[in-house]
Design a protein around this ligand. Structure first.
Ligand SMILES: [Zn+2]
Length: 153
C-alpha cells in the first residue's frame, strides 16, 4: 500500500477503538519504511504540527510496535532499565476525546531504551525527563494501554 499522493487525512484511532487496547505486533525489517511513512503522514495530516510530542503506529490503525517521538523513529523498542526515581506528569493523547493535558500519570525519570532505527540499526540510549516520559507514553500504546487504563493502575 502506497501513501504517495495521499490527499485526504486518514482517521486517527480514537478510544475505545480496539486497536488501542490490543498489544501490537513486532515490526519486520521489510515493513519499516511503510510504518515510518504511515506515522509521519498521519502526524502531518491529522495532528496539529508542532504540538505532537509523539505518535504510535496503533494510533494510525496499524497494530505494530513502532512510534515517532520528537522526530525520532523507534521500532521494536524495549526498556532495559527504569530509574527508581519517578515523577507525576500531566499528559494528553490524540486518541482520546480531547487532547487535554489533564491525565496525571507517574513515569520513570530515566530509562535505557533498545530499539531499531529507520536503517534497521540497533540503538541503545538513555533518555531523561520529558523525552523519557513521551517514550513511556508511546510504549504504553504498543502494549494496548492508554491514559485511561494507566489512570486505573
Ligand atoms: Zn497517546
Amino acid at each position: 500500500m502506497s501513501l504517495n499522493g495521499r490527499s485526504e487525512s486518514m482517521p486517527l484511532a480514537k478510544y475505545p477503538d480496539s486497536v488501542l487496547t490490543t498489544p501490537a505486533q513486532p515490526v519486520e525489517q521489510h515493513e519499516v519504511d511503510f510504518v515510518h511513512e504511515l506515522i509521519t503522514e498521519t502526524i502531518l495530516y491529522d495532528c496539529t504540527w508542532g504540538t505532537v510530542l509523539g505518535l504510535a503506529a496503533p494510533q494510525c490503525l496499524l497494530s505494530k510496535r513502532a512510534f515517532i517521538a520528537s522526530g525520532m523513529f523507534f521500532a521494536n523498542p524495549t526498556i532495559m532499565y527504569r530509574s527508581k526515581e519517578t515523577r507525576l506528569t500531566s499528559e494528553g493523547c490524540y486518541s482520546l476525546k480531547q487532547n487535554k493535558y489533564d491525565y496525571k500519570v507517574r513515569r520513570h525519570e530515566e530509562i535505557d531504551l533498545h530499539w531499531f532505527d529507520l536503517n534497521w540499526k540497533e540503538q541503545v540510549r538513555t533518555f531523561k525527563g520529558k523525552m523519557a516520559y513521551v517514550i513511556q507514553h508511546e510504549m504504553d500504546h504498543l502494549d494496548g494501554i492508554t491514559l485511561i487504563e494507566r489512570g486505573k493502575m
